[in-house]
Design a protein around this ligand. Structure first.
Ligand code: C2E
Ligand code: CA
Ligand code: CA
Length: 636
């Protein structure tokens, strides 16, 4: 039985540390939330191969160190397997990069093909050389390695290929992610260099480890908000996708707290503790996601929570206690996974849509109608998007309706309010409550206003040409539009293009403005008033009216909201307050308009409260703008 000397610098420490780090990562994956995307499967494959390669490296070196000739074939095979494993990792790296950069199917396939090709060639050459004893031979001095061997060149080829692949697709990656990858690869080079300096081979597998750690950290670890226990919206999308793909039913509980729906508003620690408790106490394996400011969704799997409804009951009763303690306005939505919403992966916007039609401090249980409504608003949103992109000021989908306003001084109709409707193929007529909030949230409102303004100006011009007396028509403008730098120019341009005097147009603004909006509003109003445009304060009495602030803005007409008219009819005290408020405003030279006057009772009451104008169903419902001529009179 022959023996040989195996003089190697190899020590198993490098590979053992690699295995240990891999195990640590697996533990972390178990106890953190890992995004289970497609690339995560590839990532798991890479980790497994790294562990295998490290172990094979240890095995082949240990066996070689025994120096027994009859074990030599096994040593040779193990060494080939070890090399093959490392090159398979290279192939997976390539596929991984192609996956996370979302290359097209063809390009992904090409990358995988090239990588597999190089890998197979290297393995074949390595096996041949080993069989021929080219790179590892038994001499009098013992077992020696000769030359650099195909492994070395293959390694270089792969590194070069991966780096050029990264450089090629780098534009598709967020720069920090790219730099993260490059940084970890650079670390591998340092290790290789040091290893060569010391004539070592113990840390070759370790060079594969750093990019792996990089991938895990950058691409798959989703940090928990450590004190709230919440994950982010992306993480929720991944979970929904995973559950959908695996046909797993889940339940969700959505909580919206208005108080924290503001930039920089932090949830205080006591409430955080309560939320942490709610996240863990009632449902097994539940995960909390923070999908927006003040908006959280708790998802738990159906099969892990038998008797869900009972748990829910306990949850709600505890929630009630918490509500009594914190007294924060909320909206809660409760439901189970819905095939259609899961497929589109749009729970957050689905629930946001439901919030729009929900009162504060109520619970909404998802019903099939909600999904239908959601589909309708998705459709409306697509149409709005299209209207926005086309930017056609005569777009036929946007209808200008008008409600004539009764002028008490003249006893005639000579002003009106323009009100918007949409006329869409699949839904027919759509009313403002169904699309104005959508348009505002998505930044499409200003185009709509421009269209209404344009159509209103066109009609005013026609009426004037036909000899009708038109004092002015008011158009509603959303607060968000005023923030746009070009607002005044847009308005002026449209009015001038239609050859209408500024005096014929008024703009209605609501009082829902924050401190930062105030100065801006003041500036814009002054600019446009310079062109003769009048300003109405809309919905007076619905918000938290700040009289001082309102007085500081140069409004011409104050529109008392319909809720005020209703309150006056029901309650003597309200009546007296509104009476003196209207009195004061008219003495300050504001004109007072009451909205929502529906019958004679309303009319006489408002008339006595210093009204200059009355508007409501009593006089007319909103009608297509072309029918205004039925109300306005011709000059004598
Ligand atoms: P608003 O400006 O307060 O408009 C008055 C709303 O009250 C109109 O509803 C009108 O049809 C309704 N109304 C009028 N008289 C009566 C009445 O006697 N009784 C009752 N119960 N209601 C009456 P509409 O047209 O559905 O508009 C709703 C809201 O949508 C408007 O409230 C306004 O805030 C918004 N809106 C409408 N058109 C536009 C627009 O062109 N631009 C913007 N930004 N918002 C618009
Ligand atoms: Ca209005
Ligand atoms: Ca109003």
């Amino acid at each position: 039985m022959g023996r040989f000397v195996y003089a190697s610098n190899y020590s198993p420490t490098g590979d053992l540390v690699v295995v240990a780090v891999c195990v640590v990562m697996l533990i972390l994956m178990l106890f953190s939330y890992v995004r289970r995307t497609r690339s995560f499967k590839i990532f798991l494959g890479i980790i497994s191969l790294v562990i295998l390669a490290a172990n094979t490296d240890v095995a082949f070196n240990m066996l070689a160190a025994r120096g027994r000739t009859e074990l030599l074939p096994t040593v040779q095979v193990l060494r080939c397997v070890y090399h093959a494993l490392l090159f398979c990792i290279f192939v997976l790296f390539t596929i991984y990069i192609a996956e996370v950069t979302r290359l097209s199917k063809e390009k992904k396939r090409l990358a995988a093909l090239v990588a597999t090709g190089i890998c197979l060639i290297v393995i074949a050459v390595d096996v041949r050389d080993t069989a021929l004893g080219v790179n590892m031979t038994l001499t009098d001095e013992g077992l020696v390695f000769r030359g650099r061997g195909v492994f070395f060149y293959g390694y270089l080829a792969f590194v070069a290929m991966l780096i050029s692949l990264l450089a090629m697709v780098g534009k598709r990656l967020y720069r920090r992610v790219m730099l993260g990858f490059y940084g970890t690869i650079a670390m591998s080079f340092v290790i290789l260099l040091v290893q060569r300096l010391f004539g070592q081979s113990s840390f070759t597998v370790a060079t594969f480890l750093f990019p792996v750690i990089g991938m895990f950290y950058i691409m798959h670890a989703t940090p928990f908000d450590a004190t709230l226990g919440a994950l982010d919206a992306r993480a929720m999308e991944d979970l929904v996708h995973f559950n959908y793909e695996h046909g797993r039913e889940f339940r969700f509980l959505s909580l919206y707290l208005r108080a924290f729906d503001e930039e920089g508003k932090k949830i205080p620690e006591a409430l955080r503790a309560t939320i942490r408790r709610f996240t863990t106490e009632f449902f097994k394996g539940a995960l909390l996601f923070q999908v927006g400011k003040g908006h959280m969704i708790l998802i738990s799997e159906e099969r892990r929570n038998p008797g869900y409804d009972n748990r829910l009951k306990q949850f709600l009763s505890a929630f009630n206690d918490a509500y009594r303690r914190y007294q924060l306005d909320y909206k809660m939505v409760i439901g189970r996974s819905i095939e259609e919403v899961s497929r589109k992966n749009e729970y957050a916007s689905f629930i946001r849509g439901i919030h729009r039609n929900m009162e504060d401090n109520t619970i909404h249980w998802i019903a099939t109608q909600d999904v239908k409504d959601f589909n309708v608003s998705e459709y409306i949103l697509r149409e709005l998007e299209d209207i926005y992109h086309k930017g056609n000021l005569n777009d036929e989908r946007v209808l200008a309706y008008c409600q004539p306003v009764f002028n008490l001084q003249t006893g005639k109709y000579d002003t009106a309010e323009a009100l918007m409707r949409l006329q869409l193929d699949q839904t027919g007529m759509v009313y403002p409550d169904q699309f104005i909030p959508l348009a505002e949230e998505n930044g499409y409102i200003h185009v709509l206003t421009e269209i209404i303004l344009n159509k209103t100006c066109r009609e005013i011009r026609r009426l004037l040409q036909e000899g009708f007396q038109v004092t002015r028509v008011s158009v509603n403008v959303s607060a968000s539009e005023l923030k746009d730098g070009g607002f005044c120019d847009d308005v002026t341009r449209i009015i001038e293009n239609n050859d209408v005097a500024g005096e014929k147009i008024a703009i209605e603004l609501t009082e829902s403005m924050t401190d930062s909006d105030f100065l801006l509003m003041k500036d814009k109003i002054s600019q446009l008033r310079g062109k003769g445009i009048k300003f109405y304060l809309d919905d007076f009495g619905t918000g938290y009216s700040n009289l001082e602030r309102i007085m500081a803005l140069p409004f011409d007409i104050i529109k008392f909201d319909r809720s005020i008219v209703l309150a006056c009819g029901e309650n003597e005290r309200s009546h007296r307050i509104v009476h003196s408020l209207a009195n004061m405003l008219s003495e300050l030279d504001y004109s007072v308009l009451f909205e929502g006057v529906e019958d004679e009772n309303d009319e006489t009451m408002c008339q006595r409260m210093f009204a200059s104008y009355l508007q409501g169903y009593k006089y007319s419902r909103p009608v297509p703008i072309e029918r205004l001529s039925a109300y306005f009179e011709k000059a004598a």
